[in-house]
Design a protein around this ligand. Structure first.
Ligand code: PLP
Length: 409
């Protein structure tokens, strides 16, 4: 008899976006004429920039020529892309990261989900609440938690993000081994200052813990004082892995390219306390289970750093951030307290009550889809997330409808 991994049975069954889809479909069926505007999803809407498309095409052509054809590439990624990343994303900002410490992948979702495989079953895991669900669910699947009760899994340490701490939790008083952090944050749009990240790096060094830092939204940071990478904090090289992605930065959600940074100085320990290189372990896992991102996609990602690429990408990011500004200004003018939307494409809005009820009100009265905060964890209740990933026209129309709907209630 083939038996299942019963940890999968612990996973909360109603996945947030499936439930949103169900409610939207039911509304559409009852109101077939009504045009729905989706400000709920975290997917980008603008096309790939010209620089990336040109590089992508050129590389596809190369693949069709005898001299240009490439078969399996290096699992860790081609040197041309790893070098651009190390130079532009890290060394240019004073962070001491080399090309050999970068592992190209097909997504920050996969990397942030897969990384926990390297660690023992009995480690203590700390996750933010509210949170991008992948960190929690992959630890549940791996059997590091008990069952779910009251929206939380037994055995995890939850780092609460609240209005009081500006949605930037402090290190816990107790010991933990593995810490997930995400800044700019999905869903709250909050960012961490250098001092706040330093507290986490100091904690991890003192506790011999490891930070998994998800920086998928770093391109949206405009404040020069906010760190874009955890490696801008002295000492982070020894205790932190960073995940980044071209998904939101360069519109690669459908093209797929991302990377993990695993510094050579990062050590992890076996049962006897002996230190091992985390980079070597990840390299072993990556080369065993992953066969690399395709050559044309890596060339397209490289173009994000060359010639007109950076300016074109900047203009797409600016477009979304202008949407974010409109959303934040309108919701604030309607009396809602908002976080995010300045250095992040998400606006986290206190809806003063049940977040699914507010979701239903916006859907029914305005035909606008948001994301109820309750879907991101217990601390997300009482909030909704609105995303800036849409056309200006749709955002303006949605905000007009929201204003009318809210004024009626
Ligand atoms: N990390 C965070 C915090 C996200 O919000 C998302 C996507 O929404 C991802 C990672 C996924 O990135 P990728 O498309 O590279 O898998």
């Amino acid at each position: 008899m083939i038996k299942i991994n019963e940890n999968y049975l612990k996973l909360a069954s109603s996945y947030l976006f499936a439930e949103i889809g169900r409610r939207v479909a039911a509304f559409q069926e009852q109101n077939p004429q009504k045009e729905i505007i989706r400000l709920g999803i975290g997917d980008v809407t603008r096309p790939l920039t010209k620089a990336c498309v040109d590089a992508f095409r050129k590389a596809v052509d190369e693949m069709g020529e005898t001299n240009g054809f490439r078969g399996y590439g290096p699992e860790q990624g081609y040197g041309f892309l790893r070098e651009q990343i190390a130079k532009n994303d890290y060394q240019a900002r004073g962070a001491d990261i080399g090309a050999g410490e970068i592992f190209i992948s097909d997504g920050a979702k996969c990397d942030s989900g897969n990384f926990q495989e390297l660690f023992a079953q009995d480690i203590i895991v700390a996750v933010p609440d509210p949170v991008y669900p992948v960190y929690v669910d992959t630890n549940v699947m791996a059997g590091r938690t008990g069952g779910a009760a009251g929206g939380r899994y037994e055995g995890l340490v939850y780092l609460e993000g609240t209005p009081q701490n500006g949605f930037v939790p402090e290190p816990p008083k107790e010991h933990v081994d593995l810490i997930y952090l995400c800044f700019p944050n999905n869903p709250t749009g909050s960012v961490a200052t250098k001092d706040q990240l330093k507290a986490w790096v100091d904690y991890a060094r003192a506790e011999k813990a490891l930070i998994l830092f998800d920086a998928a939204y770093e391109a949206f940071i405009s404040d020069p004082d906010i760190p874009r990478s955890i490696y801008e904090i002295p000492g982070a090289r020894d205790v932190a892995v960073e995940f980044r992605s071209f998904s939101k930065t360069a519109g690669f959600t459908g093209t797929r390219c991302a990377f993990a940074v695993v510094p050579a100085s990062c050590m992890v320990y076996d049962g006897s306390g002996k230190a091992h290189s985390l980079k070597d372990l990840w390299n072993r896992r990556h080369t065993t289970k992953f066969n690399g991102v395709s050559y044309p996609v890596q060339r397209a990602a490289e173009a994000a750093y060359l010639g007109d690429g950076p300016a074109q990408i900047r203009s797409t990011v600016d477009y979304y951030m202008a949407n974010a500004k409109l959303i934040k200004e309108k919701m604030s003018s309607l009396g809602y307290t908002c976080t995010g939307g300045v250095n992040a494409p998400y606006i986290w809005i206190e809806c003063r009550g049940d977040s699914w009820k507010f979701f239903d009100m916006l859907l029914n009265a305005a035909g606008v889809v948001c994301t109820p905060g309750a879907g991101f964890g217990k601390c997300g209740e009482g909030f909704i997330r609105i995303s800036a990933f849409n056309s200006r026209e749709n955002v303006e129309k949605a905000l007009e409808r929201i204003e009318k709907a809210v004024k009626k209630t």
